[in-house]
Every structure is written in C-alpha cells, then in structure tokens.
Design a protein around this ligand. Structure first.
Ligand SMILES: [Mg+2]
Ligand SMILES: [Zn+2]
Length: 212
C-alpha cells in the first residue's frame, strides 16, 4: 500500500515537472491596472485603478500566477528606454505590495511594426493581439493556457488571449467602453473593472475545483 501511494506521488511529480500545470491570469497594464495615460513612464503619473490591488491579492490567494503583459511601443518610438519601463514596474509592485498583492512576471513588447527606428521597428510576434508575450510566459512558468485567463481593455488584449488559448475577459476601464461597443454582442464577457473580472475568475476556478 505504502509503495503504491509513493509511486503515485512520484508519477504525479514527474508529470507536473514535465508539462504545463499552473493557472495564470494575464493582465494588461494601462487601462486595466492603472489609469490610462499616453505613454505613461513617470511614477507620479501612475494611478492605480480602485480595487486592483485587492483583486490581484485575491487571485494570488487562489493560487493563480499573475502576469502582466504590456505593449510599450514608446520604447520603439524612442520616448523612453526599457530600464525606465522596468523602474515604473518596480514602483507598481511597491504600491501593490502595500495591499499584499504580488505580480509574478512582467512581459513587455517594446516593438512597433511601422514607427521608430532601428531593430525595435519590426513586425514582431509579441505585440498584442499576437500571443508571443503570453506564450513566452507560459513556457517560463509552466502555465496551462486552457485553465488561464487574459484580462484587458483593448481588442488586442482579447485577440492575444484567444490566440494563446486562454479565456479572454474585457474590462470597461481604460479604453474598455469603446472596445465593448465595437465587439459583437456575446463575443467576450465584459466587466466594469478588474475587481469584478476577478470575481468571475475566482467563481470559475471554484466551479472547476468542485468538478475535479
Ligand atoms: Mg490597456
Ligand atoms: Zn514585440
């Protein structure tokens, strides 16, 4: 009996190590976590949308990886550098940490297909609506896409999540109201803000746990 149970645990460990098994919530940044500002880069312009830190903390507590995926074409355009973006993300993390919320990774597309100069002006595979940022995160963290969600305020967020095999959800913060008007009815589930979208994710996760 003992041997059998040990064997089961071992095979489980092997299978977990060998394939994607973690659930994630991928989050857009601007207009989803923080108020939309054109080419936000200064910490003093970083205004967290109400309820966001608590929503992230609740996702953390339920065992979700929380991964930010963000298009920052300001880098390609020469408005700021990647280190500036990373500095802003450190500030964002500090604000979230005050509420006990944690982000497990930031994935940034610095490219633009037609703007800017040099090698960042490229038709990359990571600018959302393409799924490259999510796929890279999935590879590095062992994320099971079918059990994961992408939440954002633009059509490109919805498209990237779907192309990656996640369930995409739209929030009406940022550009979300405009986005909602442009989508066919029923195309995706729409929520007033991240807090409400997180409620949905957590209720889906609880359902899944019941059925498992
Ligand atoms: Mg956005
Ligand atoms: Zn890119």
């Amino acid at each position: 009996m003992k041997t059998g149970s040990k064997a089961r645990v071992d095979s489980q460990t092997v299978s977990l190590a060998g394939r994607a098994h973690r659930r994630a919530v991928f989050l857009d940044r601007d207009g989803t976590l923080n108020e939309e500002r054109n080419y936000l880069i200064q910490e003093e312009d970083l205004e967290i949308i109400p309820g966001v830190p608590e929503a992230i903390r609740r996702l953390n507590d339920a065992g979700f990886l929380v991964i930010v995926v963000t298009n920052q074409s300001g880098v390609a355009r020469g408005y700021f550098g990647l280190p500036d973006v990373e500095k802003l993300h450190a500030a964002l993390c500090r604000k979230l940490a005050d509420a006990g919320a944690r982000i497990h990774g930031f994935y940034i597309c610095p490219h633009h297909p037609t703007e800017g100069v040099g090698e960042l002006r490229t038709n990359c595979d990571c600018r959302k609506g393409k799924p490259g940022l999510l796929l890279r995160a999935a590879e590095e963290h062992g994320i099971e896409m079918g059990a994961s969600f992408m939440i954002g305020d633009k059509p490109s967020d919805i498209e990237a999540g779907e192309a990656a095999g996640c369930t995409s959800l739209l929030v009406k913060t940022g550009y979300g109201k405009e986005t909602a008007e442009g989508l066919p009815p029923g195309r995706v589930k729409i929520f007033p803000n991240l807090s409400k979208a997180a409620d949905f994710v957590l209720s889906e996760a609880a359902q899944g746990a019941k059925h498992a």
